[in-house]
Design a protein around this ligand. Structure first.
Ligand code: 5GP
Length: 186
């Protein structure tokens, strides 16, 4: 029986992971998005259960304690984690879980699912990453500074990943990600 694939899209905040993931999901019904839990407050337009499960720190810490999370990390002052149950169910149904997570979580996934397909998305430059983070207008100045401070170390971590793509042209990036995911599809 095929065990399918578990796919991780990682890279610094603002690099375009979300856009890439939305496009992959729209055209590939075999993929199933893992909805993360977070202690971050919802941004305008974000919906509970579609974008995230928004929880408080106490609830998140209980999820850690009760082993409900496949992986989790603290990022820019908030917790983020992947609920185990949905990923396991997706695999049981023969679909491929798609995780959009930061680097600490992507490292942890390698320990749990050594065969996971982990794809690192890089910005063309740090200056371009900063421009994108500012122009999307989603975050406060403080949040942008925290994200940029972390980005440099995250970019150096790309060396740990077998698949790295520089997102300088969105449609080409999506094509390359699809090629990686669907080559040797089982
Ligand atoms: P944002 O606040 O912009 O939605 O997400 C901040 C960062 O957390 C992004 O890099 C995003 O990919 C990452 N992230 C989202 N969900 C998870 C998760 O479940 N686990 C981990 N480790 N990172 C996550």
């Amino acid at each position: 029986m095929s065990t399918g694939k578990l796919i991780v899209i990682t890279g610094p905040s603002g690099v375009g992971k979300g856009t890439i993931v939305r496009s992959l999901l729209a055209s590939n019904p075999r993929l199933s998005l893992s909805i993360s839990a977070t202690t971050r407050k919802p941004r305008p337009g974000e919906i509970e259960g579609r974008d995230y499960y928004f929880v408080d720190r106490h609830k998140f810490e209980l999820m850690i304690e009760n082993d409900k999370l496949l992986e989790w990390a603290e990022y820019a002052g908030n917790y983020y984690g992947t609920p185990k149950d949905k990923v396991e169910k997706t695999i049981t149904l023969g679909k491929w879980p798609l995780l959009e997570i930061e680097i600490v979580g992507a490292r942890a996934i390698k320990q749990i699912y050594p065969s996971a397909l982990r794809i690192f998305i890089l910005p063309p430059s740090l200056a371009e990453l900063e421009r994108r983070l500012r122009s999307r207008g989603k975050d406060s100045e403080e949040a942008i500074i925290r994200r940029l401070a972390r980005a440099e170390a995250e970019i150096s971590a790309s060396q740990e990943f077998a698949h790295c793509i520089i997102n300088d042209d969105l449609s080409k990036t999506i094509k390359k990600v699809e090629e990686i995911i669907f080559s040797n599809a089982t």
